[in-house]
Design a protein around this ligand. Sequence first.
Ligand code: ADP
Ligand code: MG
Length: 302
Amino acid sequence: MKNINNILEKNSDEMELVHSFQDACSNKEFYKFITTLPIEEKVLIKYTSSLEDAFIEHKNCKNCKGIGCCKNSVTGYCYTPEKEKNIIKFSYVACKWKEKDLKENAYKENLELFDMPKEIKEASLKEVYTDDKSRVPIIRYFKEFIDKYNKKEEPKGLYLTGSFGSGKTYLVAALLNEMARKKVCCALVYYPEFLRSLKSSFQTDYNERFNFIKTSPILLLDDIGAENESNWSRDEVLGPILQYRMQNHLPTFFTSNLTLEELETALSITSSGVDKVKARRIIERIKQLTIPMELIGKNRRS
Ligand code: ADP
Ligand code: MG
């Protein structure tokens, strides 16, 4: 008796599946959608509800104008059935908008930020203000830089000085983003904060962080001179980083509110006293690594 009941129950479950499949197929569009799958009806029947979900998502995609209008359960992805042997597997496949987005943002993988705002990855040479004459020689230098880098001519970076908010960081970041599009790895480091975090990483990943910055194919040390100087930061951090980069011809950029002369003074005075020789040595290295330029402009910070 128990066996008969089981068989009856099983049959009624199967009948229910058949009915809901037939119901769904009364929608001609759904029927057309599932017939694109090269699989027998008796298999399809088992997946009616998931196939309906996938059908709705594919329909959403057909009329979609962009990722901002996505109606699907996972934004930018479409729930998609695929035949695998004699079963159906469902997965979320990136839509054409998501694919485009992923492609356009792939360069960001080549950018390593250290305490920099992540919006800096959006800075673009195309967006650089041209209303300001002091940008012209810098942009010209950037073009030269790209050209020389492509020809493996080991171009120098910039020591870009200028007033607060004039757009120094934005400009250099725009160039480095462009280099990242050319598949060159770049590190953008907010130097004062990097020093603080490096100091607190003695017990952990100090060497890893230090070496990463030291050896990065292109490096920006942003806002140098705004840190609290110590013998350690000048002689054990900055000095060796610059020395290595000089020896290996690795392009290095600096932005600063200080001129090189002012930076030299700032570097000479530490909490342990005054050391003009060591400060001079750092400045000499910066001079070897860069071309000095100035960005004069109004404060663009809102
Ligand atoms: P600085 O480093 O000289 O202090 P920033 O590069 O931080 O100045 O620029 C100040 C502000 O102006 C930032 O919010 C930055 O995003 C914006 N900015 C500067 N240049 C541009 C530009 N070309 N296009 C859009 N925003 C810019
Ligand atoms: Mg800045």
